[in-house]
Ligand binder design. Structure first.
Ligand code: ADP
Ligand code: MG
Length: 358
């Protein structure tokens, strides 16, 4: 991915009556970037994607593709490939005829069309399937035909709206890697829509978290996980323990706060007001049953209320001294005794892994 802007959304908005499907979205997408719009159903992902495809015209704002304002350009003149969740293949056409369709529309000469169709089918591992009818293919194969059809005309951009939503988990995970590989081979810019966070984390250069028509945060998978901008993102990406705390004071870049029947500390840039109520978070995998005491750790006493054995790890709920609950994941290694409900434990985690929630 290079740094220059390839696709730009400028204050794009689309309302349906009172519903703000897309509410003032701006973002720059780099050439060859894989950007995922991640959000719950109804958050505006499809509406935003369709403004790029041209099937929806925004009420406000502009969309610039490779320096050209395409906001009002008809879809057929945009040269953009689209893949939907439903494969939308033509049932009465063979696989080859389906894939060749965009070339036919563009009046590509027959010989060239045949070559490009065959190459596109090979690209999605369906060489030799050209004469079949769509009904003779599995769901995964049909979706690969749709993918071949979306890239056969060398589009300027590839849009995908929950393309793997209809497939079972194993096939979905396999196809995620295939799509990534295809993107690298074709060096194409992709805007991908999903509501599945693990899919987004696996595939994306950057993820835009959508909620109520807006971006809550845009960033790399790693930065969203490690430095969520707010509670919504922290809750949406990965698992998070939140707890309430009352500030005691700030010193040396660390704020101390009463929580869970003890005192814990978290990194802060600015002094926090004593007595202020704050919300803190920690990821379950950062919490462990306390080892030897170190000053870099937060430590709290609690009682295990639930312990679920999951093979490589055990997921535990711990009730802290003040009644708040913490979830932790204990790695199951040789020599580590199993945790059981009712056990009294001291849990600890690094001060650095504690974050103030905004
Ligand atoms: P997502 O793809 O994230 O599930 P959508 O973009 O489909 O979300 O929808 C966002 C919001 O806009 C929803 O509340 C949806 O009901 C509404 N919406 C989408 N399309 C239309 C439409 N054509 N007419 C009226 N409301 C719509
Ligand atoms: Mg949708």
């Amino acid at each position: 991915m290079s740094d220059d802007v390839y696709l730009r959304f400028e204050n794009v908005a689309k309302h349906y009556g009172d519903v703000r499907a897309v509410d003032d979205v701006s973002i720059d997408v780099g050439r060859e970037e894989f950007l995922t719009l991640l959000g719950a159903s109804g958050s505006g992902k499809t509406t935003l994607l369709m403004t790029v495809a041209g099937f929806t015209v925004p009420d406000r704002g502009r969309i610039i593709l490779d320096g050209e304002d395409i906001t009002w350009l008809p879809p057929s003149l945009r040269n953009i490939g689209v893949v939907f969740q439903s494969y939308a293949l033509f049932p009465h056409m063979t696989v080859s005829e389906n894939v060749a369709y965009p070339l036919r529309v563009r009046k590509v000469p027959r010989r060239e069309s045949e070559e490009r169709t065959e190459r596109a089918l090979e690209l999605v591992q369906l060489g030799g399937f050209g004469e079949r009818m769509p009904s003779q293919l599995s769901g995964g194969q049909q979706q690969r035909v749709a993918l071949a059809r979306a890239v056969v005309f060398e589009p300027r951009l590839l849009l995908m709206d929950e393309p793997l939503g209809a497939l079972d988990k194993k096939l979905r995970e396999y196809m995620q890697l295939e799509i990534k590989q295809l993107q690298r081979q074709l060096r194409i810019t992709v805007i991908y829509v999903t509501h599945d966070q693990s899919e987004a984390l696996t595939m994306s250069d950057r993820i835009a978290i959508m909620n109520d028509g807006r971006f809550e945060q845009v960033g790399s998978p790693d930065s969203l996980y490690r430095t969520p901008a707010n509670r919504f993102v922290a809750d949406f990406i990965g698992e998070t323990c939140f707890f309430r705390a009352v500030v005691e004071g700030t010193e040396g870049g660390l704020t101390a706060a009463r929580a869970g029947g003890g005192t814990i500390r978290y990194p802060t840039d600015e002094p926090a007001e004593t007595g202020r109520e704050v919300e803190l978070m920690v990821r379950p995998e950062a919490v462990r049953i306390a080892g030897p005491e170190t000053s870099a750790d937060n430590r709290l006493d609690g009682v295990v209320t639930e312990a679920i054995y999951l093979g490589e790890l055990t997921r535990c709920h711990v009730r802290l001294g003040d009644g708040q609950r913490l979830v932790m994941k204990q790695q199951n290694m040789d020599g580590v005794p199993q945790i059981r409900p009712g056990d009294r434990v001291t849990v600890s985690w690094s001060v650095r892994d504690t974050r103030l929630v905004r």
